[in-house]
Ligand binder design. Sequence first.
Ligand code: F6P
Length: 548
Amino acid sequence: MALKTINPTTTKAWRKLQVHFKAIEHKHLKELFASHQNRANDMTLKWDDFYIDYSKHRITKETLDLLIELANEVDLKDAMNKYFGGVVINQTEGREVLHTALRNSENAEVFVNQKNVMPEIFEVKNKIKNFSNNVIDGALKSYTNKAFTDIVNIGIGGSDLGPAMVVDSLAYYKNHLTTHFVSNVDGDHVNEVIKKLNPETTLFVIVSKTFTTQETLSNANTIREWFLKNAPQSAISKHFVAVSTNIEKVKDFGIDEDNIFPMWNWVGGRFSLWSAVGLSISLAVGFDNFDKLLIGAHKMDEHFKSEDFDKNIPVITALLSVWYNNFFNAESEAVIPYSQYLNQFATYLQQGIMESNGKSIDRNGDKVNYQTGTIIWGEPGTNSQHAFFQLIHQGTKLIPAEFIGFAQSLHGNQDHQDKLMSNFFAQTEALMNGKSKATVLEELKAQSLSEEKMKELTPFKVFEGNKPTTTILIKKLTPESLGKLIAMYEHKIFVQGIIWNIFSYDQFGVELGKQLANTILKELQSENVINNHDSSTQSLIEYYQSLD
Ligand code: F6P
């Protein structure tokens, strides 16, 4: 029942792709367009309110066929059935991977240990709904009988990034509650948030799947101490709620059982915003919008599950990423949303993508001999055009980029929207076509420059082009379309992990640093200096202590 363990480089498709790569690697996108009449149409996926154009990629029909052959040879379909079917595909942690169940319909059946988990999912959803409604409409009161005005989400990693990104992305749909996020163990972070709060009207949501995370517990303790300087102990039950799988530890912290929103081990932290981890989303935009986010994600799940690979959005986007990562040896990928609302989207994806697929041991337990997890980065356009686009256009690195745009603006200022979208379309066109020497010369001639000056400047002004991009054009930014977009990336991560033959759902790589930090913390907080570090680390610690 476990996932298959096929080294992708041993497949026939991989070898064919290597040969095919040699034939295509120097081809310019302009040539590919010239030799394929209906290219834009053939390489566009239209689904619901999504329009995905992947024609500006350095591929041909044959590339796609071979990539799909690769997906078939590693038996992606079998892996998908296991993913949705609740098989323990997070093998190294002995867990199912069932965030998709969280957005499934109430009458569906999803089994974990022979038990249908849908009833408990909906029980928690109802608890989220009632609680959010009561806080939003003021029925639930503070210890001084006031309505709540502020929500503070205390969590880190998946217990922070997802909710923070969604609340920011859906700012247009927000209600009167002000939402804050405290994540970093840096005490200045929590103190800057505390500065803005009135203890009488603030609700604290402590989110930690394990309830053992140093950052979250430190911040929760600091906030509780501050709160108790202003309020009696009995007020805790009205102002603190928690989301966790670790009910006992939450109770030890002093939170009432009624104030605990459970989650489950079969939901990974970085895929948990659909669970009660999304409580601050529901508080910020209302339960109906939270539910629409889930409905959107479920629609993408259904698309991914049932669509043929050649029309399947997560499959195609994942395969394109494999193509650049493993054949072109591209080092990173950019995600550029043309919406200021999606300011935190790339940061959110960094955990999803890099914590999942940043692995170098395959599912057989052997070291891989090929590249896996891509480096992901990005910022909203048009700001990023004035920051790092120079390097994408004229630098030495190949950086495939996904451009995400929304056809309709939310506030409806058409002049701004047209300007934004003209940049959105222009950039992918410029990245593809570049600017030839002949065009540069013509432009310089028009400026009446001397021959000598023109010769000198020309090489700097030429753009090679041939930079690959995907355009994801969505009708409008709504809770539902955002849900679809996030789920699309979740499934893209899954497909890549299956092809690379790695386990995408553990994160042992974050443990070592945590362990060493605990050792060093003991040293920093004790009188006796323990001298068992390398000389660099030892000197740094001593220098830090000397500045006390
Ligand atoms: O960064 C490691 C990690 O375990 C993430 O996977 C997780 O999202 C985060 O820490 C927070 O964990 P918890 O929700 O248990 O506090």
